[in-house]
Design a protein around this ligand. Structure first.
Ligand SMILES: [Zn+2]
Length: 209
């Protein structure tokens, strides 16, 4: 028995387990879940987009705070030193540590900020039911492509491990930026859980180019 497949444009893959489903128009305030793993696949548009947008703005503000406020203070043998992430990048800008400074600047500062900025640019008007900005599709595509390279979350895990080691050598005081980074991690996880790529692409597709 052969069964005819629905057109490719009507198929949507679960972003967790890749199971294919046939997309359907959802009634207001409805959600569609993956039949296999149960993760949310589709939600009705503007409220979901507004929620993702507000989380993206929150993450952006927290990330700015996380980069510029003091990250930690060290006290050892009468010496006191306070450092922010920007200070750390600038301190490494010479000699063989230079590639490290560039990597930190890219993965912790430039890429996460670009990604959040692109997301805010693409979703801002959609959340208010206004026509999208020019290039909104490209901006959302860019935000999606940068997702694996945005490593602010990995940074905080690495730093926490390092701090546990340093705490044996010097008195470590955690600065406000550390908590801001922790906030970025939580908000980013919530945002990535909530983001419904299908509805966002659908909303962007309906926009004139
Ligand atoms: Zn699934």
């Amino acid at each position: 028995m052969s069964q005819s497949l629905p057109p490719l444009d009507d198929l949507v893959a679960c972003h967790h387990c890749d199971t294919l489903h046939v997309a359907q128009d959802l009634p207001d305030r409805a959600r569609a879940y993956c039949q296999r793993c149960g993760s949310v696949m589709m939600t009705t548009q503007s409220t979901a987009i507004a929620r993702v947008l507000s989380l993206a703005i929150t993450a952006f503000v927290l990330l700015i705070a996380a980069i510029s406020f003091p990250f930690l203070a060290l006290d050892a043998k009468g010496l006191h030193n306070t450092t922010s992430v920007i200070d750390a990048v600038l301190a490494f800008n010479e000699g063989y540590a230079f590639p490290l400074a560039v990597a930190v600047a890219f993965f912790i500062i430039i890429i996460p900020l670009t990604r959040l900025g692109a997301l805010i640019y693409a979703l801002g008007p959609l959340a208010r039911d206004k026509p999208a900005h020019a290039g909104a599709k490209r901006a959302f595509g860019l935000a999606e492509q940068l997702r694996p390279w945005s490593m602010a979350e990995i940074f905080i895990v690495g730093v926490t491990v390092a701090l546990i080691k340093v705490a044996g050598l010097a008195a470590v005081t955690i600065g406000p930026a550390f908590w801001a980074f922790a906030g970025v991690v939580i908000v980013t996880v919530l945002k990535d859980q909530m983001i419904c790529r299908y509805s966002i692409w659908e909303a962007l597709e309906q926009q004139p180019d």
